[in-house]
Design a protein around this ligand. Structure first.
Ligand code: ZN
Length: 167
């Protein structure tokens, strides 16, 4: 896994919580760089993220995602460094409210990954709570268990953040 190092070099701001070994970076958000990190941290706190190994989260604003993709998450592991890393891409075409919801959604996947429930093996194969799902494409998108959880929590998370910043 080399991408994380090149992205780290381009990272704007880092937010680190002592004890939890969770570092969040953002890139591509301009003046909102810090706000995106605070928001991701809020979701991580709300979802009670637990990570045995250091976990690095990079949130990136992408101009290359297809219109129908709000966001995506990819993960990688470095066994030598005993480190895990995650990259979230959010679609730059989204209005703010949808972008915030997409970040909340992807952070649910980050938490699923951090707690060991979700792992993407390849394009179609996933592991969910110890079970291999060989052909995830055969399951309708919103019926996949990890998506059900993400969709069920995204709105409340986003509202929680909105409430926090309105005070
Ligand atoms: Zn999802």
């Amino acid at each position: 896994m080399n991408w994380i190092f090149s992205f780290l070099a381009a990272a704007l701001i880092c937010s680190s919580a002592a004890g939890r070994q969770l570092s969040i970076y953002s890139t591509g958000f301009g003046d909102n760089a810090e706000q995106i990190i605070e928001q991701a941290r809020f979701y991580a706190d709300e979802l009670n993220i637990a990570s045995g190994q250091p976990l690095i989260v990079m949130v990136m604003l992408s101009h290359n995602l297809p219109d129908n993709i709000s966001g995506m998450m990819v993960h990688g592991e470095n066994e030598v460094l005993e480190m895990r890393n995650v990259m979230i891409k959010l679609n730059a075409a989204l209005p703010t409210d949808d972008l915030n919801r997409a970040l909340a959604h992807e952070m649910v996947h980050v938490v699923q990954y951090a707690r060991g429930d979700l792992m993407r093996i390849n394009n179609t194969m996933f592991r969910w709570q110890g079970q291999l799902i060989f052909d995830s494409a055969s399951i309708p998108y919103r019926q996949r268990k990890w998506e059900k959880e993400a969709f069920s929590k995204e709105e409340e998370l986003k509202k929680g953040y909105k409430k926090l910043i309105s005070h």
